[in-house]
Design a binder for this molecule. Structure first.
Ligand SMILES: [Zn+2]
Length: 336
């Protein structure tokens, strides 16, 4: 089963109408080349129990395998199709969602169930991608001010947070992502540049120390990095980066001309934070930055986002024996 990611909730519900269809999907993600028993290694069709579609039984060792073990749905009494619909809502709605809205949309009787599901699904989004970018593509990096309330304090940048961002500048080829997902970002045309993976972090100040820490944490040494001529970046060549600094001479239009991609990202980020969350307190800002980054980095791969939320993205080989019994589900840290 290799379905296209559905464009609408009705399409989605047709694709995953019941426990049987959801179980079949879990099985196809975990064993794309057919069932292999995680206990004894036996290949081939397992026994199926019609009344329990989420459970498979090995023909050889007769042990039962629960399809949700190691996923976000493990040990939940909520039906799989409710989880699937919930993950679809979270992965396809740019705005994020409150627990009350989530409860209503999924027709859940208990608020606590909605709250727990939302919490577990969102945990897959707010966990940062940990690998470094820039090994294959050049990078644009800059800082911006985000959020904050200025009410009662006059004009200015009171309580605004400083966010540093780095984005890959990719050039599309034939094999580049074919599927358009987000309404915000059109499919890249062949030979055109487009934004690749993104990293965002709130930093306490624009000092060289903070900027260098972000850089070494998120960008591969040796990468080509374009920044403005701010002196905080001066130390990057000594850290192994190929730095190109654009002379701004105090002209903001220069920044948009020479650092176009990161400025588009910053513009979208600010619109998202302002429009959807009516500004966010700095306390939660990094979680929102991670959520924005999650959606941004997977905008061409909606099934990847969906699988990540359900905890089945890095689950293709099946859990190990210890994995099956390791207790509370943890979202695997994943890389893309
Ligand atoms: Zn077996």
């Amino acid at each position: 089963m290799k379905p296209e990611f559905p464009e609408s909730l009705p399409d989605f519900q047709r694709l995953f109408p019941d426990e049987g269809h959801c179980s079949a999907y879990l099985e196809s993600v975990r064993w794309p080349n057919g069932f292999v028993c995680p206990y004894c290694g036996q290949q081939g069709e397992p026994y199926r129990i019609t009344t329990r579609p989420g459970v498979l039984q090995c023909r050889e060792c007769r042990r039962q395998i629960n399809l949700t073990s190691g996923t976000v749905m493990e040990r939940s009494h909520t039906p799989l199709c409710i989880w699937f619909w919930g993950a679809y809502l979270i992965s396809s709605h740019t705005p994020g969602m409150s627990a009350v809205q989530f409860q209503r949309q999924l027709g859940l009787s208990r608020y606590e169930t909605a709250f727990q599901m939302l919490h577990k699904l969102r945990a897959g989004m707010v966990r940062p991608d940990r690998d470094r970018i820039g090994a294959e593509w050049p990078i644009e990096m800059d800082e911006t001010y985000v959020g904050g309330k200025t009410r009662g304090k006059g004009k200015g940048t009171h309580d605004m947070a400083i966010v540093v961002g780095a984005v890959e500048i990719r050039t599309s080829a034939d094999e580049e992502p074919a599927k358009r997902w987000s309404h915000t970002y059109a499919r890249p045309k062949k030979g055109k540049t487009y934004a690749g993976r993104l990293r965002l972090k709130e930093i306490p100040n624009r000092g060289a120390k903070a900027l260098e820490a972000f850089t070494t944490e998120n960008i591969e040494p040796g990468a080509f990095v374009t920044t403005d001529d701010f002196r905080g970046y001066d130390g990057l060549p000594a850290l192994g980066y190929k730095l190109r600094q654009v002379t701004m001479a105090g002209d903001p239009e220069q920044a948009e001309k020479y650092l176009p991609m990161i400025h588009i990202v910053f513009g979208n980020l600010k619109a998202w934070i302002l429009g959807i969350h009516h500004g966010v307190s700095q306390w939660h800002l990094q979680a929102y930055l991670n959520e924005f980054t999650f959606r941004f980095n997977r905008r061409f791969w909606p099934f990847s986002a969906f699988n990540s939320l359900l905890g089945i993205a890095s689950h293709t080989e099946g859990p190990t024996y210890e994995g099956l019994y390791r207790g509370e589900y943890q979202h695997p840290s994943e890389a893309r």
